[in-house]
Write a protein that binds this ligand. Structure first.
Ligand code: OAD
Length: 226
């Protein structure tokens, strides 16, 4: 399974590319989600991420997240890869989630790269690394940055090995995540897409389920249980 922002939309977490509500309709990625933007104005980037963290803290997993968590023990070799940074899959009970783009609730040192605690003595008001005093940054993947190697490798392996690849709530535009379905297909997997809208993946999909994840995933779970 590969999930994207669409699965968290019904939890009130804005997607990136939906025309009216998506984050990129209001902000430009290069202004807020690049290492260059952070280097130029870390306070601005932290304010934006703090706002998004609060949204994520207030959000609750929805019926779609819960259905995937319940599906996991019913299917052999179930792997969940998510592009989402909100941790809602884990809060719904999914285990061993591969976080392809990191997690917005963690900090990591902007210099050493390791996940670190915050220094209580920050004079700038921005979070600083408890180990080295350099600025912390959200532990997410920004444009132009590599996918964490462990996630990249595990997801590629799962895509190569799977019989069925279910793509849920993603616009299938951002690589390398969007390439996972193509990789699975080349390895002989069937592709199922669940999305209210067509995407570039639709043409490759064996089955398209048009609708909302919070509606269709519980129905899929019921069908598997029967
Ligand atoms: P997008 O915002 O690009 O796409 C969200 C998709 O979810 C769209 O195709 C919608 O049609 C669909 N959708 C909306 N509501 C839905 C619902 N209730 N149920 C199912 N689907 C629904 O989000 P992603 O494809 O996840 O990367 O974006 C990929 C990456 O681009 C993100 O991880 C982020 C962003 O830039 C980074 O930050 C590195």
């Amino acid at each position: 399974m590969l999930t994207g922002a669409g699965i968290s939309a019904e939890s009130g977490v804005p997607t990136f590319r939906d025309a009216q509500t998506g984050l990129w309709a209001r902000y430009r990625p290069e202004d807020l989600a690049t290492p260059e933007a952070f280097a130029a104005d870390p306070r601005r980037i932290w304010e934006w991420y703090q706002w998004r963290r609060e949204l994520v803290h207030e959000a609750q997993p929805n019926a779609g997240h819960r259905a995937l968590a319940e599906l996991q023990p019913l299917l052999p070799q179930f792997t969940l890869v998510t592009q989402n940074v909100d941790g809602l899959h884990q809060r719904a009970g999914s285990i061993d989630v591969i976080e392809y783009h990191g997690n917005i609730l963690r900090d990591r040192c902007s210099v050493e790269g390791i996940v670190a605690g915050r220094s209580p003595l920050s004079v700038t008001g921005l979070p600083e690394c408890v180990r080295c005093g350099e600025l912390l940054r959200p532990d997410v993947v920004w444009f132009g940055e590599p996918i964490p190697p462990h996630a990249l490798h595990q997801a590629a392996q799962a895509a190569a090995d799977c019989d069925v690849f279910l793509s849920i709530g993603t616009a299938s535009l951002v690589y390398p995540a969007a390439g996972l379905a193509e990789h699975a297909r080349r390895s002989g997997a069937r592709i199922i897409e669940l999305n209210p809208q067509p995407t570039p993946l639709s043409a490759l999909a064996d089955i398209t389920l048009r609708g909302q994840a919070g509606d269709l995933l519980p129905r899929l779970l019921q069908a598997v249980r029967r």
